[in-house]
Design a binder for this molecule. Structure first.
Ligand code: HPA
Ligand code: ZN
Length: 336
């Protein structure tokens, strides 16, 4: 099973580039940029990564971004992530970035964008891993701030495949961003939104009906609403589930209680992703392995998860067909 997981061509559809900042890298950027860190060592910082809920994580996650200052920092951050996951058999990744977490510190949109983009282009050439970028709006900020950010993104719209919605979910319903999502769609951008991570099933309904999303990020709380599950199944709506994240943020007491298997069995188009791998204890392979072990996922489940990711990605039909065929080939030529 470990070998199947390793060899499966994997697609990561839910990862925040700021959440790939490893503690040792954080310290080295801090030294280089003369930014002070309030932890004495890498170990001390790592041991602070014990979260009660989403907000307790977000506080440290935003604090960590302070060390990202120059284009080179964003380039190295993205490159390190891409190298790591290319080694794990990830062939395509759709990466979130939070421009407001940088522009609010005086870092220009272009610094962020140019650094990340340089890494994506280089990684495609040297590692053979393809990528897309999704601009996420911070939902704890207001609509005007989101519109200002979309304006800053205007010169780069051909380099962004879509927009998303992240940060503190509770109390910040998707409806707050209905107009910015409409504006982005009219600019040809696809839309996704974090919903039903900590927030209620109603936020998933709103994401579908008001934001017209192509995917729901997390969505694990959909199981509390049967008619919502029926709708998600009938629309084949992708859900980008992040198992280690859900456990680390206290969504479920431990991996054996994670609903991923239940969701698969209900016919939901579930995918496995890492969210913020530097903070939650694992990248793609670790997310697959820990769910497989805890939930007793079968070979069939793993293959289904592989096909689901291919089906859910923002890629061409040609690439989709090729990847589906690669997964089928893997299974037919396996003696598992
Ligand atoms: N949820 C909301 N906002 C986030 C997350 C998440 O899992 N990761 C980074 N920003
Ligand atoms: Zn996320």
């Amino acid at each position: 099973m470990d070998s199947l997981i390793q060899r499966l061509p994997k697609l990561e559809l839910h990862v925040h580039i700021e959440g790939t900042l490893e503690p040792d890298q954080l310290f080295s950027f801090a030294r280089r940029n003369n930014v002070s860190v309030r932890y004495p060592s890498v170990e001390a910082l790592r041991s602070a990564y014990q979260f009660k809920n989403l907000q307790s994580f977000l506080d440290l996650y935003y604090e960590g971004t302070a060390v990202l200052v120059n284009e080179q920092d964003f380039y190295e951050l993205a490159m390190a992530y891409l190298k790591k996951v290319a080694d794990q058999g990830v062939v395509h990744t759709e990466i979130f970035f939070d421009p407001q977490s940088h522009t609010h510190r005086g870092i220009s949109f272009s610094t962020v964008m140019n650094g990340i983009r340089r890494a994506l282009i280089e990684a495609e050439e040297t590692l053979g891993i393809s990528s897309e970028l999704i601009l996420c709006f911070l939902r704890h900020l207001d609509e005007a701030d989101a519109f200002e950010t979309l304006k800053q993104a205007e010169p780069y719209l051909d380099q962004i495949i879509g927009i998303g919605l992240d940060s503190s979910e509770k109390g910040h319903p998707p409806s707050k961003f209905e107009r910015i999502f409409a504006a982005a769609r009219s600019n040809g951008l696809l839309t996704v939104a974090h919903a039903g991570e900590e927030g209620p099933p109603e936020y998933i309904w709103e994401s579908l009906d008001l934001l017209k999303v192509s995917r729901i990020d997390h969505g694990v709380r959909c199981l509390e609403d049967n008619s919502l599950v029926d709708r998600l199944v009938s629309e084949k709506m992708p859900l980008t589930v992040c198992p280690l994240s859900n456990i680390r943020l206290g969504g479920f007491p431990d991996m054996r209680n994670h609903p991923l298997k239940k969701m698969l069995d209900r016919g939901l188009q579930v995918t496995i992703n890492s969210d913020d791998p530097a903070y939650f204890g694992g990248y793609m392979t670790e997310n697959f392995l820990s769910t497989q072990t805890a939930l007793g996922l079968t070979q069939e489940d793993i293959v289904k998860l592989g096909h689901n990711a291919v089906e859910s990605a923002f890629i061409t039909k040609k690439r989709r067909d090729t990847l589906h065929a690669q997964i089928d080939h893997l299974v037919h030529n396996d003696d598992m």
